[in-house]
Structure formats: C-alpha cells, structure tokens
Ligand binder design. Structure first.
Ligand SMILES: [Mn+2]
Length: 377
C-alpha cells in the first residue's frame, strides 16, 4: 500500500504540501481540480500545473478524488453520450500525465450527508456526526432552510444556498430513476470508458454511498457487498474497481468490512480507512459520529480491516479519512470540515503502524510453539 493524504489544491486547502510531506510515510497526495464542473473536460495544461505543484513539493499524485460524473450520465438523458465523451477525454489527459487511479461516485444529487459538522466530544475535539431524527425533521419542500437550521448555519459542501434552487430541478431529474435504472446507467458509463482505461491503465474506483442507504427518497445502489459485487460482475474488467471506504460502508452495521474486502480482492484500487462510533442503533434515533482512527475509540476493528487489505495483496493508495478538529485547528482560515491536518496525520501514522506490525508478523513469522504457549496463558 501507498500512504497518502487528500489535498484539495493550493487555492482551496488550508493544509500545505510541505506539511503533508512531513507526515512520516506519506509519499503522495490524492487531489483534484476542485474548481471544475462535472461534465467539463480537464485541460492538459491544468493537469500539468497541478502535477508540477505536487512534484515541486517532493510528492507525487497518487490518484484523483474525484473526477465527478455529471447528472446527465447518472439519469441517462439525451446529453449523456456527449458528457461521456468529455469524461473519456479527461481520462485520456490524465493517462497522458501518468495518473492511473480515479475515484468517483454515482450518488444522485448529494454526495455525503451529515447532520453536524462539529459535534463536541468529551476531550474538547469536534467531529462530523449523523443523527436520523435531524434528517427526518427536514421538510423536503423547504430543504434549504431546514438544512441550514440543522447544521447550525455551517454549510455542507454541495448544500450551498445558491445550489438549492438548482436542487429542486435535480430532484425532478431523478424522479423516474429507480435503483435498476441507476445501475444500468452506471454500467453503460463504465462500458463506454473501459477502452480508454485499458489503454492508459487507469483504475476506476467507485466510492460507496455515504451513508450507505438512500436519503431524501433518492435511490442509491453502492452500499452493500451484494451491490458492489454485482457491479464488479456486470463490467468484469480489473479497471472497473472500488474505493473501499470503511467509514461509508461501515455506516450500515450489517456490512462486514473485512469480509467485503476479501470478497472484492484485487478490485480494490483505493482505500479510505477510518473509524465510526455508534451511539444509538435504533431505527428512529440512529446516531453515529466520526471517531479517532484507533480501534478502541470506535466500533470498527481497524486491525482486522488492515489485515484483510494486507491479505488481499492491496498495493494501491490508501488514506486516513475525515479527522477530528484538534489543537484549535478549526480557527485556521479555509479549513475544510473533516480535512484538517493534525488528526489525519495521526491517522496515517496509526495505519502505518498497523501495517508494519502485520507485515512483520507475516514475513518474520512467530514460532508456533511460542504462539501456542501464549494462547494458553
Ligand atoms: Mn470515503
């Protein structure tokens, strides 16, 4: 595996490339052209400039998160072939720039959904959280006001007031798109882009729905083992692969994360590894918050997740995922919720430690006599 950090680009991210390079074991970044619109072709000179920024700092581009897929492709309207051609051109331009991993998602209208961006924990740090009651209190006819109230005035990415007028139109676009239609449109898109991925060896890595169920009546399909394996089979090409995001698949406790990793095997091209802490798992008051990466701080066994990745021979980029805000970082201008420096750096270090321990136990071996003796203590 290759440890990386997500970086939004020098005009958008409060974290600098110099800071990222100083995190032990981090050699690359996962980045994007944050100010492009879904559907637009990424121009070679802009990709080259981004690459130069990263390489001048002594790092490499380990992959793109994300090249977003526009709504025409997702709903499969009359413009989709035009936008697929644009997407193919973007992939070609990335391939020419020696970039070989592209993360994307196929969620209608909204990307990830949380109800709080800064829930305070007992130690004074803050993190993102989800509460079902807050979601259920939203009146779909007054989405903008409800969401603002819900997030205490902080605006979630993708929920900006100026986008809200558009959102009503978007909901309308998706009103006849059920799970089967969305799946067919995704397969259509993937089949169309596989030739350029084959030519440039680009690994497409679909990000799961977050949370792992449908929200606001919009259908979502990439949120379970059966769903993702169905997609792998429908377009059976190694370049049709997965971003394994533990914090997204893991929102549904029925998803057995290590089992999913082993089932997906070499189709995992990118990993987001983070922990969640569940406070209530009843249907009406389902509540979880993003926890520190450590196993003991949340509900996931991080060792088992890393061990499953190790055992499948995972060699792609991996990154710690959303971090908490600690050490007063929240006051830094431009800091993106979940994407501060410090807690993600701690996450990277912890994941590197787990990986080293797993690797050394495997490659050095533990004398079996000793193992047995300890087991029976
Ligand atoms: Mn993720």
């Amino acid at each position: 595996m290759e440890m990386t950090l997500r970086w939004y680009g020098k005009n958008f991210d409060s974290v600098t490339l110099k800071e990222i390079r100083q995190i032990p074991g981090v050699k690359g970044v996962i980045t994007t052209l944050y100010d492009t619109t879904p559907g637009e072709v990424w121009q070679p000179e802009r990709i080259a400039a981004l690459k130069k920024d990263v390489e001048d700092a002594g790092l490499k581009i380990s992959g793109i998160e994300s090249v977003n897929v526009c709504d025409s492709i997702k709903v499969g309207d009359g413009d989709r072939d035009k936008y697929i051609d644009n997407y193919i051109q973007t992939l070609k331009n990335l391939g020419e720039a020696d970039i070989h991993m592209v993360c994307y998602n196929f969620m209608p209208v909204f990307d990830w959904t949380r109800t709080e961006l800064a829930r305070r924990k007992p130690d004074g740090s803050t993190g993102l959280a989800y509460n079902q009651k807050a979601i259920d209190a939203i009146d779909p006819d007054h989405l903008a006001e409800s969401v603002q109230k819900m997030s205490n005035g902080t605006v979630m990415p993708g929920w900006e007031p100026e986008r809200m007028a558009q959102v009503t139109k978007l909901f309308d676009m998706y009103k006849d798109v059920d799970g089967e239609k969305l799946f067919d449109n995704l397969v259509y898109f993937l089949k169309a882009i596989m030739p350029v991925c084959d030519k440039y060896d680009i690994n497409m890595a679909i990000h799961p729905d977050d949370p792992a169920w449908s929200v606001f009546g919009l259908t979502r399909i990439i949120n379970s083992e059966a769903g993702i394996l169905r997609l792998m089979k429908a377009v059976d090409n190694v370049h049709n692969g997965v971003t394994f995001c533990s914090g997204s698949y893991g929102t549904n406790l029925e998803n057995d994360l290590p089992h999913m990793i082993r089932a997906l095997g070499n189709r995992i091209h990118f990993a987001h590894v983070r922990n969640l802490k569940f406070n209530d798992t009843s249907r009406e008051n389902y509540d979880f918050e993003e926890a520190q990466h450590l196993s003991s701080d949340g509900n996931f066994d991080m060792y088992e997740i890393m061990r499953a990745l190790y055992e499948t021979g995972f060699d792609g980029p991996i990154r710690p995922d959303h971090g908490r805000m600690i050490w007063d970082e929240v006051d830094k201008p431009g800091v993106i919720p979940g994407y501060g420096l410090y807690d993600r750096a701690l996450g990277a270090t912890y994941l590197n430690g787990l990986w080293e321990a797993i690797d050394k136990a495997e490659t050095r071996g533990i004398p079996s006599g000793l193992r047995e003796k300890n087991l029976h203590k």
